[in-house]
Design a protein around this ligand. Sequence first.
Ligand code: SF4
Length: 212
Amino acid sequence: MHLIEHYLSLQGEGLHPGKLTYFVRFARCNLSCSWCDSAYTFGKGDEISFEAAANAILGSKAEFVCLTGGEPLLHMEDCVRLIQHFPELHFDIETGGSLDISPVQFPNSSVIMDWKLESSGMTPRMNSAFLKLLRPESDLLKLVTDGSASEIAQMKALIDETENLGFPISVQPVWGIDNLKLAEWVLSLKNPRIQFNLQIHKLIWGPARTGV
Ligand code: SF4
């Protein structure tokens, strides 16, 4: 396996914020978001055996494991092997919306699909065929936004277009923008599908710290 880092921390976002979670951060990404906060993952990473990674997960006592990156689905075989190796643990897979998620959709996994809005510069790389695979009972669509009027309109259209698909949607501000304004917009939607998330690990440890 080629990893940038792996460590125990508190989940800062997504479906299980605050939960004790073991993070497995895979190397490389197939996208290039304008506001990327993880460019340190773009290298080839360090090689670690499956057994060493599995032992680290087991020794951590965490019941949640987050497979992230970079883009973890560039390492599909490793992801599937880990998920199947630990049926008693729950896996969150943080992926960028451009790759097929179906191989990692297991009863003990949640796909957190980070759908890229226009300020990322990556919207043309998003694949709506994969978006439609999100499961209402276990997956999440994440929208990271700069809060601009055009992204608000883009999010509203996406929410309306996917209403019958039923999966939950998380609206999350790009670090440093007006959280209150965006939270009030989410509240104004009065839609139980939509949740508002802050990256609490950045609030706790600061935006530049890695390994948390
Ligand atoms: S998908 Fe994530 S890691 Fe890849 S460029 Fe975008 S923000 Fe950075």
